[in-house]
Design a protein around this ligand. Structure first.
Ligand code: C5P
Length: 398
């Protein structure tokens, strides 16, 4: 372990750059080594001298100005970083990062670093709301970047709306949280399942469910970012492969069972966030069922094997097991029953009767139910739930 965490702070050209002085000061005050890298445009708002004075470190701007006393270049900055934060981050730099462009020192450092990347956007509300900006943000999120969302209020351009840099404390919290959990799952192997299985009725129809896979994908991405070797076994979803994760795509509960059991022996932890069908058509038709007189008036169902219970029933050394419970009533009681009957270490339970939370939404409210008790989390983004869950998994791993 290094003695001090190094935070690379990227500053881009927005009026909110003056608030980054406060962020830098707060990080230095907390004992972090802070290295600032600025875009050319950022230096129009705050001078490098300001940051140099606050950090007592050279401030880097250009790929080309390796002045003798200040030996900084993108690779050394990228390697030194335990965490990189870009605040404020303009729409332009967000677009560049989303597409892997690296045409100045800041974007080159961001592309070269393996450290967690935190982005605090700040811009005019129309720019923030544009589909292309939101798509770029979503792409960065999918690759594991932490986005500290801008807030609403008076904007420098005179508009009132969303686009103001998040409060310095919120950015600081995100940086400190990343710094403390950076690579704490190094050397661990984590198996995650996601999505809702599809059980064929005939070659064109299936029985499915409303799971979007978002939570499982967020867990896989977060575990990979924290250094784990991650395999994600997923039923069909519309989500892109998370960065640095081995993805195995399946359709049915039986395929998921085979994929999970084949890999369970290597896993230190298994997180079953998939919505696995409990029943499947017992005799799927070989040809498409036609409407009309011969159409069946019932589909005979049979239970699927319970993958998690099968893992829980194994004797001897076994991985940490996490199950999910989607309930419509008595959430905690049902979750606790599941904890016992499936013999798992933790159940993540949520109430799916509220249509604004859960299936397909970005946020959720969950309970962590374990032998030690129940922890009730507030409504939070699925990414944040993934983080909190992996904090628990890391504790369970010992
Ligand atoms: O019993 P129930 O389906 O509510 O349990 C949900 C939990 O069990 C989830 O973690 C899910 O991934 C897992 N499960 C499973 N195999 C099944 C059904 C559910 O592993 N056939």
């Amino acid at each position: 372990m290094k003695e001090r965490t190094t935070v690379v702070v990227g500053v881009t050209g927005g009026i909110a750059a003056y608030k980054t002085c406060e962020l830098v000061r707060a990080l230095v005050k907390r004992g972090r080594r802070v290295k600032v890298v600025m875009t050319g445009a950022a230096t129009r708002f705050v001078t490098p001298l300001t940051f140099r004075t606050l950090t007592n470190e050279p401030v880097a701007v250009s790929l080309w100005d390796d002045s003798p006393g200040d030996p900084v270049h993108h690779v050394s900055l990228a390697e030194e970083a335990d965490v990189m934060v870009i605040a404020p981050c303009t729409a332009n730099v967000i677009a560049k990062l989303a597409h892997g462009r690296a045409d100045d020192l800041l974007t080159t450092t961001a592309l070269a670093t393996e450290a967690p990347l935190i982005i605090a956007p700040a811009m005019n509300m129309h720019m923030w709301r544009k589909d292309i900006t939101q798509a770029n943000i979503a792409a960065l999120r999918a690759r594991g970047a932490v986005i500290v969302d801008p807030t609403s209020g008076d904007l420098a351009c005179g508009d009132v709306g969303e686009g103001r840099l998040a409060p310095v404390e919120a950015i600081l919290d995100a940086v400190l949280a990343e710094a403390s959990r950076a690579r704490d799952l190094e050397g661990r192997s984590v198996l995650v399942t996601a999505g809702g299985t599809q059980e064929p009725v005939d070659p064109v129809r299936y029985l499915g469910n409303r799971s979007s896979g978002k939570t499982g994908f967020a867990i896989a991405a977060e575990a990979a970012r924290r250094g784990a070797r991650v395999t994600l076994v997923t039923a069909p979803t519309h989500l892109a492969d998370p960065f640095g994760v081995e993805v195995v795509r399946v359709h049915t509960a039986l395929q998921m069972r085979a994929a999970v059991l084949a890999r369970a022996g290597d896993a230190d932890a298994i997180v079953m966030s998939a919505a696995v069908a409990d029943f499947r058509p017992a005799r799927p038709e070989a040809g498409k069922i036609k409407k009309g007189a011969n159409a069946p008036d019932a589909i005979l169902l049979e239970p699927t094997p319970d993958i998690l219970a099968e893992l829980g029933a194994r004797e001897g050394a076994r991985p940490v097991l996490v199950g999910f419970a989607a309930e419509t009533s008595d959430v905690e009681r049902h979750a606790r029953e599941k904890l016992a009957s499936k013999r798992v270490d933790l159940i993540v339970a949520n109430d799916v009767s509220d249509p604004s939370l859960g299936f397909g939404t970005a946020d959720n409210r969950v309970l962590f139910v374990s032998a030690e008790g129940t922890e009730e989390l507030p409504v939070m983004p699925k990414q944040a739930i993934a983080r909190a869950l992996l904090d628990r998994v890391r504790e369970l791993l010992g």
